[in-house]
Design a protein around this ligand. Structure first.
Ligand SMILES: CC(=O)SCCNC(=O)CCNC(=O)[C@H](O)C(C)(C)COP(=O)(O)OP(=O)(O)OC[C@H]1O[C@@H](n2cnc3c(N)ncnc32)[C@H](O)[C@@H]1OP(=O)(O)O
Ligand SMILES: O=C(O)CCC(=O)C(=O)O
Ligand SMILES: [Mg+2]
Length: 478
């Protein structure tokens, strides 16, 4: 037995997860993230990539918001009609005729009409009674249906609505022609248990309509709540790439898809393409994924404590919930004062250096005294040489030197990029500079092949927007 305890408690729900579909709302909810504004071309790139991944629905935007939003939804909907995209294209709309007209104009597959149904929303925002709201919802769903499109009704703030009233709302929307209803946990106050109960209740009380869960991550519960909702009967989960969205966003596509794979062995999307879309949306949104984000964060597979690294070296399952290869990533470990002998031994052996146990202990002592935060391979070898008094690694013949000028993405932290660059083997110096470029890197290499691999590594560092390389021909030593 090596899986999670009591796993049988959820395995009975596997069929529900196997039938589940994802709606990606990066282009609508994701663009509601502060500071995010995609260009039309970027939206088209994202839509294509989402389609390649295999998401079932793309919520492409709210066409009444602005001319460029309308144009983007219109072009994505046209790509769907031309067979370039398979996913269903959804246009968002308030429950007002003018919004619905603009949404219908772009010819989406579906119009999603939202209306706040909690007393808080009805009273303060809409200034409508419950009865007036039912009337508006029925009329607007019918109005959208008259355009011949599929209609989803979104009960905004459903998780804080009066449940009996919500039943009436959903019946009204269903009877007016909505085949799907999104029950939105707009401020993220459901839990996995209440979400399961909520969806079970609604499926039982108002059948003959399919339910979506849209859940915000205000209390860090979004992925777990979405699990509960699916167990209770939701058949579509709303996600965004990198978890973008209002405030702290909604369910991150990547985490949710991997969690479903890990627990149910169900591939909701092509997992091997997840990192491509992660990087694309980081670039286009200007928002870097936090280093500690589950699944996609930089440190998701970086181990540190000696006990952990020793475990990982023996069997990666000791400290990994799932193998990084599942999403095309790899594992690594950090050398610093938390390191143990096994980690140092493995790192040095990777560099072709074998030391006696006694020597390894001395290297370790030196590392623990140094208090360096990220010990590079070069420094490790230098320490090993100092401790043993031997030349352990043939010194690179420093006959090829290059200067690399680097522009850093406007939203990346220059010093964080500099730190990453300085740990690349072959990189000798990194300087933050003023002027047209942000960083200046000195690379020393024995040959062109190695230089090329160093340049590739530099270009692959997150935050490096562009590079300009010059080879040093001649130096005047003073
Ligand atoms: C939880 C969610 O994320 S739902 C999605 C929210 N999406 C958006 O807000 C898209 C971006 N919004 C916008 O570009 C603008 O707010 C627009 C174009 C929608 C409306 O702009 P304006 O007409 O200037 O209205 P404004 O934003 O000041 O206020 C919202 C108005 O819409 C009304 N409204 C809000 N939600 C709805 C709804 N679901 N159905 C009908 N009317 C609504 C409000 O009551 C308010 O009306 P009021 O002026 O009579 O009080
Ligand atoms: O349309 C939806 O399903 C959700 C609307 C929304 O963004 C929300 O309620 O947070
Ligand atoms: Mg939302």
């Amino acid at each position: 037995m090596s899986g999670p305890v009591f796993q049988e408690e959820i395995l009975g729900y596997r069929d529900k997860f196997a039938r589940l579909r994802l709606l990606d709302a990066t282009l609508r909810e994701g663009e509601q993230t502060p500071g995010v504004s995609f260009t039309i071309d970027q939206k088209i790139d994202i839509a294509k990539k989402l389609d390649e991944l295999g998401v079932h629905m793309i919520e492409a935007g709210h066409p009444a918001v602005a001319p460029d939003v309308k144009e983007a939804v219109s072009r994505i909907a046209a790509m769907k009609r031309d067979g370039e995209i398979r996913a269903e294209i959804v246009a968002h709309s308030r429950a007002v005729k003018s919004d619905i007209d603009v949404a219908a104009d772009v010819e989406p597959d579906r119009i999603a009409i939202f209306y706040g149904v909690s007393d808080i929303h009805l009273k303060s925002k809409h200034r409508k009674s419950r009865e007036e709201a039912l009337q508006i919802i029925g009329e607007m769903v019918e109005y959208a249906k008259s355009y011949g499109v599929k209609v989803r009704f979104t009960a905004e703030d459903a998780s804080r609505a009066d449940v009996e009233y919500l039943e009436e709302v959903v019946r009204t929307a269903r009877d007016a022609g909505a085949d799907r209803v999104s029950l939105a946990d707009t401020v993220g106050v459901l839990t996995p248990w209440t979400a399961k109960r909520f969806f079970e209740h609604m499926v039982q009380r108002v059948p003959n309509v399919e339910y979506d869960i849209h859940v915000h991550n205000d209390l860090g519960m979004a992925v777990a709540t979405a699990f509960g909702a699916v167990m209770g009967g939701a058949t579509v989960v709303h996600v965004t790439v990198n978890g973008l969205g209002e405030r702290v966003g909604i369910v991150p596509l990547q985490t949710f898809a991997v969690a479903v794979k890990v627990h149910f062995d169900v591939d909701l999307v092509n997992l091997s393409k997840l990192m491509e879309i992660t990087r694309m949306v980081e670039r286009y949104s200007g928002l870097e994924v936090p280093y500690n984000a589950p699944v996609i964060g930089d440190y998701a597979f970086i181990h540190k404590a000696g006990v952990h690294v020793a475990g990982i070296l023996a069997d990666p399952r000791t400290y990994e919930a799932f193998p990084p290869e599942l999403i095309g990533r790899s594992r690594d470990y950090v050398i610093d004062k938390y390191t143990g002998k096994k980690a140092v031994k493995a790192k040095l052996e990777k560099l072709g250096i074998r030391l006696s146990d006694d020597e390894l202990l001395k290297v370790l002592e030196e590392i623990k005294r140094s208090n360096v935060k990220f010990l590079t391979d070069d420094t490790l070898v230098t320490i090993a040489e100092k401790v043993t008094g031997r030349v352990l690694k043939p010194r690179v013949t420093e006959n090829l030197e290059a200067i690399v000028w680097i522009k850093v993405d406007s939203n990346a932290f220059t010093s964080s990029v500099a730190r990453k660059l300085s740990s690349i083997e072959g990189v000798r110096e990194v300087a933050e500079i003023t002027g047209d470029y942000d960083l200046l890197v000195k690379v020393v290499s024995p040959d062109h092949a190695f230089l090329n691999s160093v340049l590739d590594s530099i270009r692959n560092v997150k935050g490096v927007e562009s590079t300009h390389t010059q080879i040093v021909l001649k130096k005047i030593e003073k």
